[in-house]
Write a protein that binds this ligand. Structure first.
Ligand SMILES: [Zn+2]
Length: 254
């Protein structure tokens, strides 16, 4: 396992709290816990988080989660409770930076907290890399879009983040609206995706759980592009045209 330092675990937790996890409060307003949960398929990812957090903090054991309606077993969860001094210190830090006084989730005001490792975990939690086969008379190709789905952050704070990521890391995210509010930050251009992946390459190579390989699989087909980026093909798709991470057949592109 690629072990994270305590500082890196903090970055992981910031990424998770921007993504799928949330800091839960009691009705009285007191902090209760941070919960981490994933579908069955992503058990490998949940276990990785659990092992990293356990090195420095005291999470409760992993338990099974059931679908609220059907009561079927749907995934796994664990919680980090606000019940001892190390847990309290980290939860207070996250709460201070990622929630406002009305208990709403926010992007940190101090954007220097958004490091490449934070972005990596945020993307693992809430990111997507979609791939669609486009058939044309003369050549077929795969259209891709990368994005991170955002929670209810203010448009102003999202635009500030986009600017920051552009200036600090040359990342070219664009805002994408859902209705009249920004719902995603996205990139459509392969070169931009590669700038992003280059920034987090060490983590892609060493941490990415198998169930999430598709988020980094660009399946560039060198035969059609005249370029090669095999390091961002997580399966053998750039040779075969078949993306095992997504279970999709793009061989008509070759
Ligand atoms: Zn693949």
């Amino acid at each position: 396992m690629y072990t994270l330092t305590k500082k890196q675990v903090t970055e992981m937790l910031i990424g998770c709290c921007l993504g799928d996890s949330c800091i839960e409060k009691r009705k009285s307003g007191d902090i209760n816990n941070i919960s981490f949960s994933h579908e069955k398929k992503q058990k490998d990812y949940l276990l990785y988080k659990y092992n990293c957090i356990s090195k420095y903090y005291y999470p409760n054991p992993i338990s099974k989660k059931e679908n609220k309606k059907t009561k079927d077993f749907s995934g796994f969860r664990f919680r980090l409770y606000y019940n001892n001094s190390s847990n309290k210190t980290i939860i207070d830090f996250l709460n201070k930076n990622l929630k406002n006084e009305n208990n709403e989730r926010i992007i940190p005001n101090d954007l220097s907290l958004i490091t490449p490792l934070v972005l990596y975990f945020w993307y693992l939690d809430d990111g997507y890399l979609s791939a669609r086969l486009i058939k044309r008379k003369n050549s077929n190709y795969v259209r891709k879009q990368l994005g991170i789905a955002l929670k209810s952050y203010s448009d102003e704070s999202i635009l500030k983040l986009i600017d920051y990521l552009k200036n600090k890391y040359s990342l070219n995210f664009k805002p994408k609206k859902v209705g009249n509010k920004i719902g995603w930050i996205t990139m459509d251009n392969k070169k931009d995706m590669i700038i992003f992946f280059d920034l987090i390459k060490e983590y892609i190579d060493n941490i990415t759980p198998e169930s999430l390989n598709y988020k980094f699989c660009l399946f560039e087909l060198p035969q059609t592009r005249g370029e090669t980026f095999p390091e961002y093909n997580r399966c053998n798709c750039f040779k075969t045209g078949i993306c095992k991470c997504r279970n999709k057949d793009f061989s008509v592109c070759i």
